[in-house]
Every structure is written in C-alpha cells, then in structure tokens.
Design a protein around this ligand. Sequence first.
Ligand SMILES: NC(=O)c1ccc[n+]([C@@H]2O[C@H](COP(=O)([O-])OP(=O)(O)OC[C@H]3O[C@@H](n4cnc5c(N)ncnc54)[C@H](OP(=O)(O)O)[C@@H]3O)[C@@H](O)[C@H]2O)c1
Length: 276
Amino acid sequence: MSVVPAIELNSGASIPQLGFGVFQVDPAATKAVVLDALEVGYRHIDTAAGYANETAVGEAIAESGISRSDLFITTKQRPADQANALSGDAIKSSLDKLGLPFIDLYLIHWPTPARGLYVESWHALERFAEQGLTRSIGVSNFLPEHLDRIAVESATLPAVNQIELHPQLQQRDVEERCLRAGIRVEAWSPIARGALVDTPEVDAIAAKYGKTVAQVTLRWHLEHGRIIIPRTVRKARMVENFALFDFALDPDEVAVLDALESGKRVGPDPATNNNI
Ligand SMILES: NC(=O)c1ccc[n+]([C@@H]2O[C@H](COP(=O)([O-])OP(=O)(O)OC[C@H]3O[C@@H](n4cnc5c(N)ncnc54)[C@H](OP(=O)(O)O)[C@@H]3O)[C@@H](O)[C@H]2O)c1
C-alpha cells in the first residue's frame, strides 16, 4: 500500500493526494523523467495536451509495467479546443497519445472567459465521463464566478479545481468556494516554481523536523487537505518531494505559512488569460 493518502472525489473515484507534474518538461526528456518519478513511488501524473508531452508520458506508463489500476493520470483540454469540445476530438487525441483507454481526471485547462465557451465545454466533459473516456472531470484556473455558472447551468459539479496555490498566493476565496461545493482543490506550482519566500520562521520549522523549506511547504498543503503536484526533473528532488509522510505540522506552524500571503502570482491571472 502507498504511503500517499487517497482523497475521495465527488465522482466516487479517489486521487492520490501527492502527484507529479510535467509542465515545461522537455518532451524529449519526459519519458525518462516520468520513469524516474514512477520508480520513486509517484502514481499520479499530471500532464496536459498543451504541454506537448502526453506521448512521452504514455511511453513511460507503458514501459513501467505498472498496472493501469495503480496509476492516476490527469490531462487537460487545451483552451483552443473548447470551440470544438463536443466533437470529442481533443480527448480522443489525448487518449491516443497517452495510449490509454480512459483518463482518470480530465480538466478544462483555463476558463478563457472572453471565449464564452467554458460552460459548453463542461457539458462536453460530462458526456465524456458518461461515455467512460474519463473517470472524473474537473476544471482548472476557475474563479468563483466561473464555478457559479457551472453550478447553475449543469447537472454535475467539477471533482477538482486545479489552481495556482502556494504560500504567496493562497486564493482563499476560490478555495472556500470549492470546499463549500465539495470540489477538491489541487495546487499547481505548489512550491511557487522554486521561488519560495524563505523566512527565519519557516527555516526554524524546517530545522525542527530536519526537512527542507520545499518539504515544509508541501506538507503545509497536505495539512490543508489539498492535492499537490510538484514538478522536478531531478531524481533527488523527486525523492525529497515524496518524503512528506513522516512528519506533520502543528496548527501554529501551519499559521506561519498561512501568514505569507502576498498576492504574488507565478502564472497568469485566470480572469484575463484569454489569448492561449
Ligand atoms: N493547470 C495549470 O494551469 C497549471 C499551470 C502550471 C502548472 N501546472 C501543473 O502543476 C505542476 C507543478 O507546477 P510547476 O511545475 O509550475 O511548479 P512547481 O512544482 O511549484 O515548481 C517546479 C520548479 O521548482 C523546482 N523544484 C522542484 N522541487 C524542488 C525542491 N525540492 N527544492 C527546490 N526547487 C525545487 C524545479 O526545478 P528542477 O526541475 O530543476 O528541480 C522547478 O523549477 C506542473 O508541472 C503542472 O503539472 C498546472
């Protein structure tokens, strides 16, 4: 049995709370990187059609010999495919590249509100779940107003909202809106792309547990019940980012990281990110 806790989703499926992200991993390097991550123990891989490395993720899955039922694979619909979402061409292309009969979690990558297509796209995802092409469906970078429209105009709610979330940008309004509706929050850039603010208080917590600031930050997410998908191409850091289950933060320590909010994003603002 894995040391990684399983989080139950509103679809009835469960997701490993710790996964491995492959954004900006060179497609030529991705197969080896994912094989390393699987060897370290990660069983949840987060890719996207837009990362151009689904084929290499699929090759790693096939070569690993790990049973499909032991893996959790997320991919995402490109914003450009929202216009044609109902055709199913985009999800079929992802399945084809991954070499899989079904995806575990399929996400709308960005709401791109100026396009005005995310609700229609969501209805397409509902149909893909009914057809068995994906076990769970969700969204990414959705703000409360986008979730409100989904709630009013659809039969189902997303299982997950994958958003930028790290100590400097905590998006508490989004997290609260999700939790109220039973939508699990998944943190992207959970360690702020390596640009974590290093304070003496956080350093002291890390020293107390014999952990790094990255590990303390990842543990902070777990204490909040979030799903996390850190990325690294270095095997030693894969091991480091996986070693989160032999310590826990007490509420005062959680509060130290809660206090680091500064509104500093490492990625685009979903309210205005339309030209992708
Ligand atoms: N839905 C979305 O719109 C969206 C957007 C962005 C990301 N994501 C997903 O979220 C995943 C994670 O986010 P991210 O890749 O942007 O950022 P991240 O995981 O917060 O940070 C990755 C960066 O941190 C470095 N790093 C990793 N472990 C470290 C450690 N223990 N100590 C110090 N530095 C470390 C990595 O460098 P090295 O590789 O050199 O170790 C890399 O530069 C992505 O891979 C992707 O799957 C989703």
